[in-house]
Design a binder for this molecule. Structure first.
Ligand code: ZN
Length: 325
């Protein structure tokens, strides 16, 4: 008998089966993440097949829990999974979902190349800009959303940063620019919550309510909004669900929270007002929920204007939607 709920999670069994098989389509990986496909709550475009094949390769040693193909244009996609480490610190289905998010980011990244010079830079690096990184870069480079207290401290006081302060500052800069990592962790938090919620958050209110349920401390103005939700709001459901208890969810929430804590107090609301919804809606659009971003009031994702050149799994969509010339 399987005593532990986590062991009994059928997704863990599905993930193990795929790893034994040695490869999976992106659709199979999405199915492992949610335990079914399409997930409830979203408007997944059935024309998006997610049929790309990803090699699943067992990995050993202490270096990393898992790795995915970097976002470079190449034929073979792969995910390496270190089962020994994953079992110690997390869940296989969750780590597999994290790496699958990186695979999705890599493919979609080709759809947002803003300028010729950026294109050239990416060409020489052999990769493409990942949209989630652009979201973070945009946020962190904007005035008033400065990264950390330390940078302003330096500017205001005129004092030089100590070596360790500078190291801290650089570290936080690296972490803060990693929108792709935040996005992969949001995916892990969402799939952890999916069995509790019974659906994926599809609106701004639902998203905030779901993140509160997952264990985030939200800024006061969002907490207030949630406390005053209308009686018939669909977001209330997420607040009434049993709270998150898994180790994986706690760790992922703590990871993102530490990034938020490294921001200046005044820029934290911006992280929740802008960055988190932008990363989340980009994520659900990668699942195949085309109008996701618009439903959040964020307008059409600029990615949708880009030709779907490098999407083997989305060839059918490419045929039906004319590519801009
Ligand atoms: Zn990652």
């Amino acid at each position: 008998m399987l005593a532990e709920v986590e062991v009994a999670d059928k997704r863990e069994i599905m993930a193990n089966q795929l790893l034994v098989k040695g490869c999976a389509s992106v659709k199979e990986l999405l199915t492992v993440s949610f335990g079914e496909w399409p997930p409830k709550g979203l408007e997944i475009n059935p024309e998006i097949k997610h049929s790309q094949t990803v090699k699943l390769i067992p990995m050993k040693g202490d270096a990393a829990m898992a790795l995915a193909t970097p976002p470079v244009l190449q034929q073979e996609l792969w995910i390496k999974l270190n089962k020994e480490l994953i079992q110690q610190y997390g869940m296989l289905y969750s780590t597999m979902g994290h790496e699958m998010t990186h695979i999705l980011q890599g493919e979609h990244s080709t759809r947002l190349q803003k300028s010729f010079s950026m294109k050239m830079a990416e060409f020489f690096k052999g990769g493409q800009g990942v949209v989630s990184e652009d979201i973070m870069t945009d946020f962190t480079s904007r005035k008033g959303n400065a990264l950390t207290l330390k940078s302003d401290f330096n500017k205001n006081s005129g004092r030089k940063l100590s070596h360790s302060d500078e190291l801290m500052f650089r570290m936080s800069k690296v972490i803060n620019s990693k929108g792709s990592e935040i996005q992969a962790r949001i995916h892990q938090i969402v799939i952890d919550g999916y069995p509790r919620w019974g659906k994926v958050p599809a609106t701004s209110d639902e998203f905030y309510a779901a993140m509160k349920n997952a264990g985030f401390q939200l800024p006061d103005h969002i907490e207030k909004k949630l406390a005053e939700l209308p009686e018939n709001s669909s977001a209330r459901h997420f607040l009434s669900c049993e709270e998150a208890s898994s180790k994986v969810c706690k760790n992922k929430v703590a990871d993102i929270q530490s990034i938020i804590d490294s921001l200046q107090e005044k820029s934290r609301p911006g992280f929740w007002n802008e960055v988190m919804p932008a990363l989340y809606t980009d994520l659900i659009e990668m699942y195949g929920d085309g109008p996701g971003r618009a439903r959040f009031g964020l307008g059409v994702n600029p990615k949708t204007q880009m030709p779907l050149k490098y999407f083997p799994g989305q060839a059918d969509v490419k045929k039906t939607s004319p590519a801009p010339s």
